[in-house]
Design a protein around this ligand. Structure first.
Ligand code: MTE
Length: 316
């Protein structure tokens, strides 16, 4: 993003990624995860989570919501999955997928805390199993002026909020990503970054029907490089607001700082709605490059979602 691309001299092979045929075979899948059961939740919880994961695997592909099926040409899945911003691993977009092998995404406790009626710590799969998954085709626009169109699987964040009950004093939601330098080599390579990655939304942005909790892409559970097991997607904002691999959701009174804002407040403000008229201090935001075709398109206000969201900002 704000940084030059570094090509690290080391390479971790993708040796611990669960092969899909194993994932689909529930027994083998439980056995495999049971062996690695000494994680944060302990082995009993790991087994429970593995059961749950196996159950969730049957939920893909989820039915596409016809309201979010605009007939746009989808970005090639393999290009979307090999051009990722996930600085916990590397700054090199094309190498993220090669460096996620040691990243353990199950069990995955998520803490829901702060000004909320039902604070809890719950495994991601158990949480996700409480919701009906659907697929939505969204445009996605990175602040670096590239874009893609992808089918996300998940559910509206508002449904989760309704379940846990933010208190009326809660005005913002703060999200946080995992903090595991041993599994994410970029965290060690960038010691001056304010890890773990954190983001935030106003409560009305979090409640907006377009804001999604995302668990899958292209009809399958999220691959690690896209932010497994659970991320947020806010399609009218620059991509860095769509925080990956979340472990904490906190309801708070004051506007939280964000990761990128902490690093460069003038370049990455809290609101960060896509706006072709406001250039980044170092480049134009008027156009965007489609990552698979290389086409250059005009960037749309609110990334094409103005009709749905402009009213949140007092615009019509
Ligand atoms: N979330 C975390 N935890 N770490 C990151 O580096 N990068 C952000 C966002 N979420 C990032 C993150 C940025 S800059 C973008 S553009 C999108 O993830 C990229 O999502 P994708 O790789 O699934 O396309």
């Amino acid at each position: 993003m704000a940084n030059p691309i570094i090509h690290p001299p080391w390479h971790i092979p993708e040796r611990s990624v669960t092969p899909e045929h194993v994932f689909r075979n529930r027994r083998a899948f439980l056995k495999e995860l049971g062996l690695a059961g000494g994680g944060i939740l302990g082995s009993a919880a790991a087994l429970q989570s593995a059961e749950s994961a196996a159950k969730s695997a049957g939920k893909y592909p989820a039915a596409r919501n016809p309201k979010f099926n605009p007939g746009w040409r989808l970005t090639d899945a393999s290009i979307a999955g090999s051009y990722n911003n996930f600085y916990e691993f590397t700054l090199d977009k094309q190498r993220v997928k090669d460096l996620v092998g040691n990243f353990q995404t199950s069990p995955w406790p998520i803490q829901i805390s702060g000004l909320v009626e039902k604070p809890q710590t719950i495994d991601a799969q158990e949480l996700v199993d409480q919701f009906t998954l659907e697929e939505r085709v969204y445009r996605f626009r990175c602040v670096e002026a590239w874009s893609m169109i992808v089918p996300w699987t998940g559910f509206p964040l508002s449904k989760l909020l309704e379940k846990v009950g933010p208190k009326s004093e809660a005005k913002f939601v703060r999200f946080e990503t995992f903090n595991r330098p041993a599994q994410a080599p970029g965290m060690l390579r960038l010691p001056n970054y304010p890890w773990p990655y954190f983001e935030g939304l106003r409560m009305d942005e979090a409640m907006h029907p377009l804001t999604m909790v995302v668990t899958g892409i292209y009809g399958k559970p999220l691959p690690k490089q896209h932010g497994a097991p659970v991320r947020i997607v806010v399609p009218w904002k620059y991509g860095y607001k769509s925080i990956k691999s979340i472990v904490k959701i906190e309801f708070i009174k004051e506007q939280p700082k964000t990761f990128w804002e902490t690093l460069a407040a003038d370049e990455y403000p809290f609101e960060s709605n896509v706006n072709p008229k406001v250039p980044h201090p170092r480049w134009s935001q008027a156009t965007e490059r489609v990552i698979d075709t290389g086409d250059r398109l005009k960037t749309l206000p609110y990334n094409g979602y103005a009709a749905e969201v402009a009213k949140l900002y007092g615009k019509t």
